[in-house]
Design a protein. Structure first.
Length: 239
């Protein structure tokens, strides 16, 4: 595991398991931004010794999801508006290129068949989450939808980088998903992306993905106004 990124499908170490479990608690907002936590909280929660927990905390600290406070435990990092915007920009650059590349290849029968099945399966899971108003499950389904494109390219490095970068976006996305209409709108946007990619419309695929990922910055001021205590008021905003 390097800075929180685990490569390959080998059996995960205890440190990697601890990292994934704590990270999930943070991204799902079960651990709130700004909440004070202690190493003992994690050892009890995970039923693990201090060694893997410390490894996980180091990785999450490097990812800036946990802030270690000398002699005072640690706290879940507040959401940085600057970091959200910077991360979204990089993610948009990578994923727009990815769907455009796949749209170019989607006229290949083999590529199209595999991609079409995986994407429609993902859309069905998203619709079930909407019906059940399950925001946490929807967030996972949303992540999986985007992973389908990245995995279809066969670029492991790209998939790993985007997966890690989602950490700073998912908490804002989670907050926005508390409104059921937000999930419905995301499914519509996903359907537009799928249609463009499977139609081999490279330009429209890129436009649809760019608009989809850019919507986060439209939601950010609304979310920040509703949950001001979750945001870092001191970091400023990149312009």
């Amino acid at each position: 595991m390097i800075a929180g990124i685990s490569y390959g499908e080998a059996k995960k170490t205890l440190g990697e398991q601890a990292y994934e479990s704590i990270r999930e608690e943070i991204l799902s907002l079960r651990l709130h931004p700004g909440q004070t936590v202690y190493e003992s909280d994690f050892t009890r929660m995970l039923n693990m010794s201090r060694t893997p927990v410390r490894e996980a905390v180091r990785a999450l600290s490097m990812e800036r999801l946990i802030e270690v406070l000398p002699q005072r435990g640690m706290k879940i990092a507040l959401i940085s508006e600057r970091q959200v915007e910077e991360t979204r920009f990089v993610r948009e650059s990578l994923e727009v290129s990815a769907v455009a590349c796949l749209a170019d290849k989607s006229d290949s029968p083999e590529v199209r068949a595999n991609l079409e099945e995986a994407l429609h399966r993902s859309l069905e899971e998203q619709r079930r989450c909407v019906q059940q108003e399950d925001a946490v499950r929807f967030l996972h389904a949303d992540d999986q939808f985007h992973q389908v494109f990245l995995q279809a390219l066969g670029n492991i490095t790209l998939a790993s980088i985007v997966s890690q970068m989602r950490g700073h976006l998912n908490r804002v996305r989670m907050l926005s998903l508390f409104e059921p209409e937000a999930m419905i709108q995301l499914v519509r946007e996903h359907e537009q992306i799928v249609e463009a990619v499977l139609s081999a419309d490279t330009d429209q695929a890129a436009r649809a993905m760019r608009a989809h990922l850019g919507r986060l910055m439209e939601d950010l001021p609304i979310v920040k106004a509703r949950y001001p205590d979750y945001f870092d008021a001191s970091d400023g905003t990149a312009r």
